[in-house]
Design a protein. Structure first.
Length: 142
């Protein structure tokens, strides 16, 4: 099986600092893969908030994740703080990609890179919908 290889954008316009909690550790004593996905979610929510949105309030529609790819590079431990860099790219009629670069603040090492596809969704009709133009313009300006 071939490994996931994510091509990150050259620039990231946003980052959030996220401390690693004791509850983020798994039986191996480090941050587990499920927690990394939660860190990505937190970074995405903070990014959206910084541009005036939420996953359920995106110019009249919602966002739902359709896929995610994660490359694990380094371990994270209790007390580490990660800088979670976020960028958006690759817009289609109904979706866009969110790129993540998690960097350990103490030594500036990249610990994780990831990409998720976010699809615009109407929870009332349970259907995929077009990206609102205003939201797309706002994200492209960021």
């Amino acid at each position: 099986m071939s490994r996931i290889k994510i091509q990150l954008p050259e620039q990231f316009s946003f980052f959030a600092s996220i401390p690693i909690r004791i509850t983020d550790l798994n039986y191996g004593g480090h941050v587990g893969n499920d927690t990394v996905l939660s860190l990505l979610h937190e970074a995405r929510v903070q990014f959206l908030k910084s541009v005036g949105y939420a996953e359920l309030e995106f110019e009249g529609v919602s966002l739902i994740m359709s896929d995610v790819g994660i490359e694990f590079k380094q371990e994270l431990f209790y007390g580490d703080v990660v800088k979670a860099f976020v960028a958006v790219n690759n817009f289609t009629k109904v979706s866009f990609d969110v790129y993540y670069k998690l960097v350990r603040e103490a030594d500036q090492k990249i610990v994780t890179i990831a990409k998720s596809a976010m699809v615009c969704y109407n929870y009332d009709s349970r259907k995929i919908v077009a990206i609102p133009e205003k939201a797309k313009e706002k994200l492209l300006m960021y």
